[in-house]
Design a binder for this molecule. Structure first.
Ligand code: SF4
Length: 287
C-alpha cells in the first residue's frame, strides 16, 4: 500500500479565489518542486539551501501546530523544506481520508442537518509531487459522497496519464461531482524562472480532463512588470479565468498592498482574491 507524506489536515473556510468562504476540509501534502524564496523578501534573504530565511530554527519546533507564522518566502515552507521533515507523517490513503472525515461534522461530506457539501481541498506544498499515489486516494470508498475537490497546484509538475484518468474516473463515479484545478503559476517575483514555472502543456492537460474546471491564480505585489507577466503567462497558458492575489505571508503584509492590487484589478480587468486566511485567522498553521 502506498504512502502519502502528510503535513496537516484541517477544517477551515476556503480562503482564496472562486470558492472563498465555503467550508472546506484540507489535506496539505509535503514537498514541492519550487522554493519561491522571492515572495515577501525584498532583501532576498535566503538560507544556503535556497529557502527564504526563517526567523526560527525548524529543529526547535516539536509539533506542526507550533510552527510560527512564516513571514517571507513560501508561506507554507513548513510543507516544502525538508528541514521540517520531522513534523511530517507517512499515511495510507485510508488514513488520510479517515483523518479528513474525522474533521467533518457527523464524519460525512454533507452536513447532517443543513446538507451543505463540504469542499475537499488537496493542497501543499505541491500535491502533484504525489501524482503516482493520488489515484489510490481518489478511488477509495471513503470518497463516497464527496462532491467537490479543489486541487491546488503550481501547474508545473508533469503528471502522467494514469493520474488524469483517475481524476476523470473520480468525477464520473458519482452524479454532481466537480473537480477544480486551482492553478497558481509562479511569476518571476517568486524567485522561480518563467521557463520553469509556466508550462502550457501541463495546464492544457489539466484543463482537458472531462468534468473539470480550471482557473489561474497569480500572486503579485502590484508592479507593472508583474501585471505584464500575468498577460504573457495567461496568453501562453490558455486564457482561463484569472484571479489576482496580494503577495503576503502575514495580514500586515496584505494590508499594505491590498487596496493597490484591488484597484489595479478593477482597471486591468481581473478578479481580485483576498487571502481570507490572513485577514480572519492570521495565516497560521491549520488555516
Ligand atoms: S509553489 Fe507554492 S508550495 Fe511550492 S514553494 Fe512556491 S508557494 Fe510554496
Amino acid at each position: 500500500v502506498s504512502k502519502f507524506t502528510v503535513v496537516e489536515k484541517f477544517l477551515s473556510l476556503e480562503g482564496e479565489a472562486a470558492y472563498t468562504n465555503r467550508p472546506t476540509v484540507y489535506v496539505r501534502l509535503a514537498k514541492c518542486n519550487f522554493k519561491c524564496a522571492g515572495f515577501n523578501n525584498p532583501a532576498r534573504l535566503r538560507e544556503t539551501t535556497g529557502y527564504a530565511k526563517l526567523e526560527f530554527s525548524p529543529k526547535d519546533v516539536g509539533v506542526i501546530w507550533e510552527v510560527p507564522t512564516i513571514t517571507r518566502g513560501c508561506d507554507s515552507q513548513y510543507a516544502t523544506n525538508p528541514e521540517f521533515k520531522h513534523l511530517w507523517i507517512e499515511e495510507t490513503a485510508e488514513q488520510v481520508l479517515q483523518g479528513v472525515l474525522d474533521l467533518l461534522p457527523g464524519q460525512q461530506w454533507q452536513h447532517p442537518e443543513t446538507g451543505l457539501n463540504y469542499i475537499f481541498s488537496i493542497t501543499g506544498g505541491e500535491p502533484l509531487m504525489h501524482w503516482k499515489v493520488l489515484p489510490e486516494l481518489l478511488s477509495h470508498p471513503f470518497m463516497g459522497g464527496c462532491k467537490h475537490i479543489i486541487f491546488e497546484t503550481n501547474g508545473a509538475v508533469p503528471a502522467k496519464a494514469p493520474f488524469y484518468q483517475a481524476v476523470s474516473d473520480w468525477v464520473s463515479a458519482e452524479p454532481g461531482r466537480l473537480w477544480t484545478w486551482s492553478v497558481s503559476p509562479k511569476l518571476s517575483s517568486s524567485g522561480e524562472s518563467y521557463k520553469a514555472a509556466i508550462k502550457p502543456d501541463i495546464v492544457v492537460g489539466m484543463a482537458s480532463v472531462p468534468g473539470t474546471e480550471i482557473y489561474l491564480k497569480y500572486v503579485i505585489s502590484g508592479t507593472d512588470d508583474e501585471f505584464n507577466e500575468v498577460v504573457r503567462a495567461t496568453s501562453d497558458l490558455g486564457n482561463y479565468p484569472v484571479w489576482i492575489m496580494p503577495m503576503a505571508c502575514t495580514d500586515d503584509q496584505q494590508r499594505e498592498i491590498d487596496q493597490h492590487v484591488a484597484r489595479e484589478c478593477l482597471s486591468r480587468g481581473y478578479n481580485f482574491s483576498y487571502r481570507t486566511q490572513n485577514a480572519l485567522w492570521g495565516n497560521g498553521v491549520g488555516t
